[in-house]
Design a binder for this molecule. Structure first.
Ligand code: BMA
Length: 377
């Protein structure tokens, strides 16, 4: 009896377990060797834990700017983040600094250095509005048709893409290989605050924007170092909602959302509950489309809750398998609006100890872990 049971069920078990660890397939059939490897290893590393990232980590911290090897993360926990986020906004205008003042030549150097150390690079783009000539947050357009082929703003838009493509193509490793980039374009598109957002571009227009940009980079510009991220904000109520503007499996490798806690500390429980729901939905989407999940951006500005990392964030996310979480930038004081903005502690901040505890958790992976995992081999 026992034998029969085993014979009948053993093959079924093998099939089931191979389905569970289904291989991811990168959407660009011509992706470079290193890009394919990074993608494959991002998939595998989910069994170990999740990489932790920080926007603009090497460029500045709350109380410093452009000082070699400095990092608020390094100064609080003794290691760098595994994921380095960078932002290209204003490159399309031919400027030599991005919209937050980071010089593009420095950015390139930071990217090369952290790649050589085994880190992961992700890039976002708060592109200026090619229709109105204002910034990314000008959502006054009701359509984006005019930037597509035949439209009055098409040529201008293409020059924007050329500038971005030139930057992405110029990121080279020591052996001349292009550095793989997790490219997270047209993000938070389910929200309404960007010119490509929910009230300013229809779902079909959004899909076309995503596809056009990707095809232009791949086919016209010959870029094959991109891992594509489809990145929503947090308006979605279910998987269908999340996928409403999905451009198609051949244009997407990763799925992610951006989420911020706002308001007072006592909103922590509510945020944690919501985050759990967003993670759960993301998990379903990732399984359904066979794409790698991530948290594109997260944070609680100034971290007023000194236990936020281990008591609010960690319990909601650690139940799920996902590849990385990126904290937004430690801008510090911003004279342009008199605000202070940062999402990771600096030396002496009241959440420093808690962040150290988060660092020591076996599931969180920082640069030393990423480096040991040899993600590009
Ligand atoms: C926002 C803020 C802004 C910044 C923008 C792009 O969320 O940090 O200050 O200009 O991201 O980096």
């Amino acid at each position: 009896m026992k034998m029969i049971f085993k014979n009948l069920f053993y093959p079924a078990l093998i099939v089931a377990s191979s389905l569970l660890s289904a291989q991811y397939k990168i959407s660009d059939s011509q992706a470079t060797k290193e890009t394919q490897k990074l993608f494959e290893n991002l998939g595998k590393a989910q069994d170990k834990g999740y990489f932790v990232g920080h926007q603009d980590d090497l460029a500045y911290g709350v109380y410093w700017k452009y000082q070699n090897d400095r990092s608020d993360v390094k100064e609080t926990i003794g290691d760098y983040p595994a994921v380095f986020g960078w932002e290209l906004g204003d490159i399309e205008l031919g400027k030599d600094k991005n919209l937050d003042g980071v010089p593009f030549d420095k950015m390139k150097q930071y990217i090369r250095d952290s790649y050589e150390k085994g880190g992961i690079i992700t890039i976002s783009w708060h592109a200026n509005n090619p229709i109105t000539g204002k910034n990314a947050w000008d959502f006054s357009n009701k359509s984006i048709k005019s930037i597509f082929s035949g439209g009055e703003n098409h040529q201008k838009f293409v020059t924007y893409l050329d500038k971005v493509a030139d930057f992405l193509a110029d990121l080279k490793g020591k052996n001349g290989e292009t550095i793989p980039i997790i490219w997270r374009p047209w993000h938070e598109h389910t929200g309404t605050w960007f010119w490509w957002g929910a009230n300013s571009a229809s779902d079909e227009e959004y899909k076309e924007l995503f596809r056009f940009t990707t095809d232009y980079f791949r086919k016209t510009k010959g870029l094959h170092n991109l891992i594509l991220g489809y990145n929503t904000s947090i308006e979605f109520k279910n998987t269908e909602d999340f996928l409403k503007r999905y451009p198609g499996d051949e244009y997407v490798d990763m799925v992610s959302f951006d989420a911020y806690q706002r308001g007072s500390i006592d909103k922590g429980n509510e945020f944690a509950k919501n985050l759990d729901f967003w993670m759960n939905t993301l998990d379903e989407v990732a399984k359904k489309q066979n794409k790698i999940p991530a948290i594109g951006e997260i944070g609680y500005n100034q971290i007023p809750d000194s236990k936020w990392f281990t008591e609010v964030l960690k319990p909601s996310i650690e139940k799920y398998k996902f590849s990385y979480v990126l904290f937004w930038r430690n801008a510090g004081f911003k004279p342009e609006n008199n605000e202070v903005e940062y999402y990771l502690p600096f030396k002496g901040h009241s959440a420093e100890k808690d962040f150290m505890k988060f660092y020591k958790d076996e599931k969180t992976l920082f640069l030393k872990d990423a480096s040991n995992l040899k993600l590009y081999k």
